[in-house]
Design a protein. Structure first.
Length: 377
């Protein structure tokens, strides 16, 4: 069997792709897998390091504008759009030479040329959508897909009518490393005092200025009861470190600050956290559900088609999360929201149970089985 995986540009597209690759290899370590990505996206660096054969193609990004179509007529958009025909030719040549049994697209702009090339060559195409809304790249290609795999069933409503019938609910694969964290390891790694509850704060690998500012204002109050693990992003590290150093030792010792936590460190942080404050990207939402962590989401606004807010709203409807709108995210608001959750008897436990009950734990295996079944026909 031969598989092609395409997608990338962000971790939200890449992580599910790599999780499915791992699941396929667990089923059959001898399968052939080729990854098609861009020349500059994060996949170009990460995928080859995983020992996966990698081919890059030209690709362009459509930068949307609040001013509508006219606002999209920019030099950057026009320049990138000229790369799309070359990317399609590149992808067509790669697929024609490789002759895969099936192609999996996890979205992102690089996936569009490869998906269209698969359709032209009559190679079955499976599309996976990570969020509660259908991303632009997937929206462009779902009409030509053999199967559309959804992380959330609510996304079915966002599909074109002709694609809804064949859509299947699979969940969103997460990194297996995320499940391997240990509270004991976390306590040593972060220097957490015995029997001290922990709050994990992350704006993603790049950080989130609004969350960083709010936590900076709230840190004196929060550290009275909790140890804080804070992934702040490279851009926020300098100012936050300066602020941390100006605080009394008792506060500094309860605020672990890092620009970036690698996979093992983040797994440990997830494992020990009592509650998590974060953006509401698809990967974070799914990790929170699977790890049964109560969440305070501060969705990025505006994000693509407001997908982060919709992701957060779904978790809130399930009873697993509380939303703090970005425009209202201050230190005072976060402290008030935290205290409401922590001071309400049984609230933490109920939020955790709601998260666990709604999680799909085997998304990687479900998608791998779809691919293998198609390839075997």
């Amino acid at each position: 069997m031969k598989f092609v995986i395409t997608g990338g540009g962000t971790g939200g597209h890449l992580v599910p792709a790599l999780a499915v690759v791992d699941a396929i290899k667990r089923c059959d370590s001898e399968v052939d897998i080729l990854f098609i990505g861009s020349t500059t996206g994060i996949e170009a660096e990460i995928v080859p390091k995983r020992g996966i054969v990698y081919k890059s193609i030209a690709t362009g990004k459509l930068r949307r504008s609040s001013r509508g179509l006219l606002g999209m007529l920019t030099i950057a958009n026009l320049r990138d759009m000229l790369a799309v025909p070359k990317g399609l030719i590149d992808a067509y040549r790669i697929l024609r030479a490789y002759k895969p049994d099936v192609v999996l697209s996890t979205g992102g702009y690089v996936a569009v040329p490869a998906s269209i090339a698969a359709w032209l060559l009559r190679i079955p195409l499976v599309i996976h959508e990570q969020t509660t809304t259908i991303g632009l790249a997937n929206r462009l290609c779902c009409a030509i897909a053999h199967t559309v795999a959804l992380s959330f069933d609510i996304a079915r409503e966002d599909l074109p009518a002709r694609a809804r019938e064949g859509a299947v609910l699979t969940g969103n694969p997460i990194r297996r490393e995320t499940l391997s964290g240990s509270p004991e390891s976390a306590a040593v790694r972060f220097g957490i005092p015995v029997d001290t509850p922990v709050i994990l704060i992350t704006g993603g690998a790049q950080g989130a200025r609004v969350i960083n500012t709010a936590i900076s204002d709230a840190i004196r109050e929060v550290t009275k009861t909790h140890f804080v693990i804070h992934q702040c992003g490279k851009q926020g590290l300098e100012s936050l470190t300066a602020h941390r150093e100006s605080l009394p030792a008792a506060i500094r010792e309860r605020w672990f600050l890092s620009a970036f936590l690698d996979a093992n460190a983040m797994a440990d942080a997830w494992s020990i956290a009592e509650i998590v404050i974060a953006r509401a990207g698809a990967g974070t939402v799914n990790e929170a559900l699977i790890l049964a962590k109560p969440m305070i989401f501060v969705p990025l606004e505006p994000s693509s088609r407001n997908e982060q807010l919709r992701n957060a709203e779904r978790s809130a409807e399930l009873g697993a999360a509380v939303i703090v709108r970005q425009s209202a995210c201050t230190g005072e608001t976060l402290v008030k929201t935290l205290r409401t959750i922590l001071d309400t008897p049984g609230c933490i436990e109920q939020m955790a149970a709601s998260a666990h009950d709604s999680a799909i734990f085997d998304a990687d295996i479900r998608i791998a089985n779809i691919l293998i079944d198609i390839a075997a026909k």
